[in-house]
Design a protein around this ligand. Sequence first.
Ligand SMILES: Cc1cc2nc3c(=O)[nH]c(=O)nc-3n(C[C@H](O)[C@H](O)[C@H](O)COP(=O)(O)OP(=O)(O)OC[C@H]3O[C@@H](n4cnc5c(N)ncnc54)[C@H](O)[C@@H]3O)c2cc1C
Length: 373
Amino acid sequence: MRTIIVGGGIMGLSTAWGLARQGHEVELFEQGALPNPLASSMDEHRLIRHPYGEHRGYARMIDDAYRAWDLLWADLGQRLYASTGTLALNGNGADWAERSAATLASIGKPMAEIPVDELPSRFPLMDTKGVERAFWIATGGVLFAQDIVSALVRHLAAQPRVRLRDHTPIRAVDLERGSVTTESGATHTADVVVVTAGAWFGRLLPALASRVVPSRQIVVYFDLPADQRAAWAKAPMVIEKTGDVGLYLVPPAEGRGMKIGDHEFSRNGDPAAERTASAEEMRPLLDRCRSLIKGFDRWRIDRLKVCFYSVTEDERFVVERQGAHGWAMSPCSGHGFKFGALMGLELARTIVEGRDATAHARWAAGLVGDEPT
Ligand SMILES: Cc1cc2nc3c(=O)[nH]c(=O)nc-3n(C[C@H](O)[C@H](O)[C@H](O)COP(=O)(O)OP(=O)(O)OC[C@H]3O[C@@H](n4cnc5c(N)ncnc54)[C@H](O)[C@@H]3O)c2cc1C
């Protein structure tokens, strides 16, 4: 079996890995360098966590996602992950933490509720005034995303049946015939073409462009005084919403950066445009950090990073058969990286074994086991 993959982010690379480990031929096209610094997958970290709001199907998939990462660590010969545990905080009408806890309880993975009067002693780095409910689960942590995609590129480059073509933009795909045309006009054909073009997805698949839209997101990296850095390096990931701005905080595990972002999708922007951001754009988030984090006045902004991902209305993965020889694959949310290894392995199995495409799409959309139990 010969497969062409368009896009060298975590989805394309993982699918190539899944196919290559079964002995199949893969040709992967990437418009930029491999990995591409502009890809959504190229940031220091991405979080993996069990709490998933009321998305029971995705919450259930997290254990499989961990197993897929373990398989990848074995193939790469290194583990690019730090376990931190997950702390979810809510107040002022926001209830994502409660909904997540209820969902996890219903599938036998309970979160522990922490009485709010215990928060100051258990989490002394934060001022938790305004927090009304707090939940903890020991699972969850930081995937070292850009190290993972870089290691995958090196691993795949050493596989005899894999051909990686960097700096080769694809201008058009024909999923009925199983062919792609490069910017320079060359046509390549395969048994199957998989489009994993991230925020650029709609340009190659215009029929899906109104459903899968690019979303410009900004994250802030901070420089911390050494004492605070050491303390935060041992802290959990924090997912918080007690007011207008909800934030997630990624601790600086194993020497990586300290990062904070917000939960809001912009649902606009052009991934090919100039990527600049100002601290002013992040003012509400920075104000919330000032009230939540003790000693925040000693933190300095190290850099603002503008990233793009694709997003759908319902935040569910699109992994769908298109034409006689094609698949479209996009995480369509700010939560796709954690499922990268799993999605790649499973799509490879479906392609090779000829499993049912509709069932695969439902599974990838998190709809299997999603109904209340
Ligand atoms: C700020 C932010 C925070 C996030 N946080 C998390 C998190 O905590 N946990 C989590 O699980 N997920 C998170 N995500 C989401 C996750 O990063 C993405 O879902 C995932 O990385 C998308 O991978 P991808 O391979 O689909 O896309 P990408 O990584 O963007 O890769 C697509 C690739 O396709 C290439 N390409 C596009 N068009 C063409 C073409 N015509 N020809 C050739 N190549 C092409 C691009 O150059 C790019 O390299 C976050 C995303 C952002 C932006």
